[in-house]
Design a protein around this ligand. Structure first.
Ligand SMILES: [Zn+2]
Length: 208
């Protein structure tokens, strides 16, 4: 399998959406739905891929705001999220009591389950539950790539000052599930540039 990854970032929050593509089959998934879905729709068109599912690392509004527009474009494909944040999509409830914003209820929501493989066409993702920034935060692993959402960033970690955050759980998840991965694994975060596990283990000031 030959995996190709490309990011689009919205200009308001710098939230990354990723297109992950199997170059042999042209099957693809979108990871997270930022505030500028048009950028991703253009990318999908340019790559001429078949989008099989949309996977969500978590459901903060800047990661789900583009969902309805993406679904309108690619059709009613499965939208995959951890069970602890499923209601945010199915009932259109905000994830945070600090913020009112939410999305219209979404159909065809399926679960991402810790330790299980999520299959989308020819793409297989390993699901690692990395909560703490939010209860249902997950990291998605495919080959040598980790999509960490807002758990781990290049040089930083996610906020844990919200009512439903848990700073200890965040650090425990990063330590046991992410820093336990080989140095060369590439980290694609919810915001900012890509990094590697080795670089973060050595230089991330929040992890020493
Ligand atoms: Zn975010």
């Amino acid at each position: 399998m030959s995996i190709r990854i490309e990011a689009t970032a919205d200009r308001q929050f710098g939230t990354n959406s990723y297109l992950v593509e199997d170059e042999e089959t042209k099957d693809a998934v979108i990871i997270d739905a930022n505030l500028e879905p048009g950028l991703m729709i253009d990318l999908v068109g340019r790559r001429e891929v078949n989008v099989k599912a949309i996977l969500l690392t978590h459901t903060d509004i800047d990661h789900v705001a583009g969902l309805s527009a993406l679904i309108a474009e690619v059709g009613s494909i499965p939208i995959a999220v951890h069970d602890q944040e499923r209601h945010v999509l199915t009932e259109g409830k905000p994830l945070r009591r600090e913020f009112g914003a939410s999305t219209a209820p979404i159909e065809n929501v399926v679960n991402l389950v810790e330790g299980e493989t999520f299959r989308a066409g020819s793409l297989d993702f390993e699901v690692l539950h990395t909560p703490g920034h939010s209860p249902g935060g997950v990291t998605l692993k495919i080959e040598n790539n980790l999509f960490t959402g807002d758990a781990l960033f290049a040089g930083s970690i996610g906020r844990s000052d919200f009512a439903n955050s848990d700073g200890r759980a965040l650090l425990e998840g990063i330590n046991t599930k992410l820093l336990s991965q080989p140095d060369e694994l590439v980290v694609y975060s919810g915001h900012g540039p890509a990094t590697t596990i080795g670089r973060e283990r050595k230089t991330n000031p929040f992890l020493s």
